[in-house]
Design a protein around this ligand. Sequence first.
Ligand code: HEM
Length: 216
Amino acid sequence: MKKASQSKNAAGGIILLTAFASIGYAILRYHLLGPVPWKDLAFFTLNKGVALCAFILLTFNFSFGPLYNLGMKIPDSYLNARKALGMSGFLLALIHVLMSFLLFKPEVYTQFFGGDETLSLVGGLSMLGGVIAFVVLWGYNLSFQTHLRDDEKFIQFITSRNFLLTAMLFSLIHVFFMGYSGWLRPNDWHGGLPPISLISFVFFLCMYVINLFGRK
Ligand code: HEM
């Protein structure tokens, strides 16, 4: 890996643009073209935009290095941005988790619950994936902020290809089980726009393939 010049950092621009696009997409799909009432903008819809933004920033964080290894021209300012993108992605995921806990009721998320108002198998699998993905992300961040960063063997393990490729699968489980039934019914997509879970899935697939071939 080349040593990137430390002076340039594109993190601010990438984060702003991704947040604008993700939240804008959620507003367009659910309010302007969909049936969700505007009173739900501040929490229900924003939660979707924040989740998408977190997801995309994390895929950027994990992909820039491997893309560079694959011979792609990645500017120094993007390589320098990785730490801030990872931390912002993690903090936005934390906001998404807290908002989801407050919203989590059968009346709001019918797709996760069965007739007896307990979690269905598919809802349970999706939430399990989300909880484990979040804890892994938390652990990953902590290892660079605490004395664990001095433990060379541990850092080697947590940044290894095998660990990351396995850990990433939990976020796939989260978005796949919550969304796959709707992905197959494009006629029901609000304004013909694909669901946020499907967009996240596509970002995930790109990141996974890039890491599979580009991470050492
Ligand atoms: C404790 C952990 C988590 C819980 C309880 C949780 C909960 C939820 C819930 C309830 C939804 C449905 C939102 C909706 O349809 O309005 C959702 C969607 C989503 N979550 Fe999570 N989540 C967790 C962790 C994560 C993590 C770590 C990420 C990665 C950044 C993430 C990314 C997403 C994405 C991209 C969606 C799709 C939003 C949509 O399709 O509308 N979640 N999550």
